[in-house]
Structures are given as structure tokens and as C-alpha cells.
Ligand binder design. Structure first.
Ligand code: SF4
Length: 209
């Protein structure tokens, strides 16, 4: 089976099983940006607990930009890497106010100029906030795409480029959200539940190839 055909089957099967929802809770554009920054090497569940406190204590970009940095670090500490994450969030809030009239920009180029924002975060923002085609090459996406034979790479940028060629633009962002659900549910990092998997018939790894 050609890769593109397999990708189309995967996209449709995932649509039948999972919602295209992001598990990070955010009410404002910058909240999604900062929650995504905090999610590096941290679970979404823990990020949601932290952001509830973060965004109620400092409830505007101005408040975050002017917050006492040590207090900000203390609040984001449960997410790990808290010093750099707190600094990034504060610098990012300042940059949004100074350069973007307090709005999150809608281009990859501008997003990548923001402190602490890499391609993964930028793609999530482009897809979720602006409805643009976007591949979020996170740990689930890389692992599952590899097992399903959609990419041979483990490099996030290369995986993003490979999937862009195989998945229709309108399905890209939603498919990545569904990969996350699928990766927690069946195609887990350790001991994937291949015998219970609805993609077993078309999965090279599941077929032992
Ligand atoms: Fe993952 Fe196994 Fe399903 Fe393949 S068959 S997608 S490895 S759970």
C-alpha cells in the first residue's frame, strides 16, 4: 500500500475514534501559548492545574509582563524547568505587548521570534487559534507516525515535513490532536496494545514488518 493511501486510512479511522480536541485548557490566545510552553516535558493534566493558578493570579498580559519573576517561578515550578519556563513566559508577554499590540501573531515566522516558542508550539497555535494547516510533531506524533510507517525519521522537523506531504491540509491539525488521544489510549510508548488496535491491519510495526 502506498504511504499516502495508508495515511488517508489512518486519518479516517482516527476520526471515527477520537475527538480533535486539545487537552490544554485556555480561554485567551496568550493562555494557549503559555500553556503550550509549560507543557514541554510535563503532562497536560499538570499544566492545567498550574495554569488555573497562574492565570487567576495574573489575569492579563500586562500583569504577567510585570509580575515578580520569583513568584512566577514558584507558581510554574510543578511543570519542571521552571526557571526558564517562567522567564520565557514573562519575556513573551512583554514581546506580545511591545511588538504585537497584545495579540498572538498568526505566522510561523513571527511566532518563532517569540521567546521560548519553537516549531511545535508555533504549529499548535497556527492550527488551534487560526485554523491553519499545521503538524504538531510532539512525542506521540513522532512515535505513532514511525510505527505506522509514515516516516522513517525521529527528528521533529523531518516528521513535520513528511506528514505534510501525506496528510491533507484540512486534516493535519486535527489528526495531530487525535494522535495524542490514540497515543495515550492504544499506541502507548511502552507496550502498545496492538492486538486491540483498529489500525493493526495496516500497521507495519503491528504486523511485525
Ligand atoms: Fe500502534 Fe500497534 Fe496500533 Fe501499530 S498496531 S498503531 S504499533 S498500537
Amino acid at each position: 500500500m502506498r504511504k499516502k493511501e495508508r495515511a488517508a486510512l489512518i486519518v479516517e479511522a482516527l476520526k471515527e475514534h477520537y475527538p480533535a480536541s486539545c487537552s490544554l485548557v485556555a480561554r485567551k490566545d496568550y493562555e494557549l501559548l503559555f500553556a503550550t510552553r509549560l507543557s514541554a516535558q510535563c503532562t497536560d493534566a499538570r499544566v492545567n492545574v498550574v495554569t488555573k493558578e497562574l492565570f487567576s493570579r495574573w489575569d492579563s498580559l500586562e500583569a504577567i509582563a510585570g509580575a515578580d519573576l520569583s513568584e512566577l517561578m514558584e507558581v510554574v515550578k510543578p511543570c519542571g524547568l521552571y526557571r526558564v519556563k517562567a522567564m520565557d513566559i514573562q519575556k513573551c508577554a512583554q514581546a506580545l505587548l511591545e511588538n504585537h499590540e497584545g495579540k498572538v501573531p498568526d505566522t510561523m515566522e513571527e511566532l518563532l521570534k517569540l521567546p521560548g516558542v519553537g516549531r511545535k508550539t508555533a504549529n499548535l497555535i497556527l492550527g488551534d487559534l487560526f485554523g491553519k494547516p499545521a503538524i504538531v510533531a510532539d512525542t506521540h506524533c513522532i512515535r505513532i507516525s514511525g510505527r505506522l510507517g509514515l516516516t522513517k525519521s525521529k527528528d521533529p522537523y523531518q516528521v513535520e515535513m513528511d506528514l505534510k506531504k501525506l496528510i491533507a491540509p484540512a486534516d493535519q491539525n486535527d489528526t495531530c490532536h487525535r494522535f495524542v488521544h490514540f497515543g495515550r489510549d492504544i499506541c502507548t510508548a511502552r507496550s502498545p496494545k496492538c492486538t486491540a488496535c483498529f489500525l493493526l491491519d495496516i500497521c507495519p510495526q503491528g504486523q511485525g514488518k
